[in-house]
Design a protein around this ligand. Structure first.
Ligand code: IPE
Ligand code: IPE
Ligand code: MG
Length: 256
């Protein structure tokens, strides 16, 4: 049963789906007097460590934010460095992911990406499509608002083409999102001390727990992820319902 169908849920046995805003590469590099590109390169190593550590923590799905629809506004050189990360990550890790049973899915708009990046993304998805042990979703040229707009357009197109007649509701719109089919997002983690979503998973964030960590992304790995999971497990998810009164608290309330 999906977690969101509970009125109230303890988080002790999750999270199944962790979403990560991998932030702080630039500050990591600047603090060392290095070019920002070095921070992005180290960020890829952190991503590898984190993906490897996730299954050991009981996580079945990771969604990571690699490039936002707003990141195009950075200087061309940095945009090109960030595109290069896809090439190096896939070139150096795809075989291991494939063998480890990881299915890779890339969220976000393909239009606007360089042709070779689109080919790399398509290959990574195709080679791992049969895997079902773990789902790694990489949000690249992704924006939460754009994704909702695209989902609404898909619904309208389907209606106009006679392929859909049903109403536009939360379920039918959700089916058009790029995350459709993935388990509900349990927790969104952001590194680097910033407290905002920056257009990540806006729809899916509805009842996700939010965890903010000060660590800069290139320093992230098993330890940071375990800490985020521990914070999540201390949360009480209510989904708009009511938390059952803790046994110890009930008499005190009655007396007071
Ligand atoms: C995150 O690091 C990587 C991407 C946005 C792709 P930043 O490049 O945003 O690093 P800071 O936030 O400037 O430190
Ligand atoms: C969010 O980080 C995007 C990614 C991590 C890919 P940003 O660094 O782009 O976000 P802002 O600009 O600080 O909000
Ligand atoms: Mg940033």
């Amino acid at each position: 049963m999906p977690a969101e169908s509970h009125l109230s849920a303890a988080s002790s046995d999750g999270p199944r789906h962790v979403a990560l805003i991998m932030d702080g590469n630039g500050r990591w590099a600047e603090a060392r007097g290095l070019p920002r590109a070095m921070g992005h390169r180290e960020g890829v190593q952190a991503l590898k460590r984190t993906v490897e550590a996730a299954p050991r923590l009981g996580i079945r799905c990771l969604t990571v934010f690699g490039f936002s629809t707003e990141n195009w506004s950075r200087p061309a050189e940095e945009v090109s460095d960030l595109m290069g990360l896809v090439r190096s990550y896939v070139a150096s890790d795809l075989k291991r992911l494939e063998r480890a049973g990881v299915r890779v899915r890339v969220l976000g708009r393909r239009a606007g990406l360089p042709d070779d990046i689109i080919a790399i993304i398509d290959r990574a998805e195709a080679t791992t499509a049969h895997n079902d042990k773990f789902l790694l979703q990489v949000a690249f040229n992704y924006g939460g608002r754009a994704d909702i707009v695209d989902a609404a357009r898909r619904h309208v197109d389907a209606v106009l083409a006679g392929r859909a007649t049903g109403p536009l509701d939360e379920e039918s719109l959700g089916l058009g999102l790029s995350t459709a089919g993935a388990p509900p997002v349990d927790v969104i983690v952001r590194t680097s001390g910033e407290h905002r979503l920056s257009n990540f998973l806006l729809w899916e964030a509805a009842y996700a727990e939010l965890v903010y960590q000060d660590v800069l992304w290139p320093d992230y790995g098993a330890e940071g992820l375990a800490d985020a999971v521990a914070q999540y497990r201390n949360r009480d998810r209510r989904f708009g319902g009511r938390a059952p009164l803790a046994e110890a608290a009930a008499p005190a309330l009655a007396a007071g």
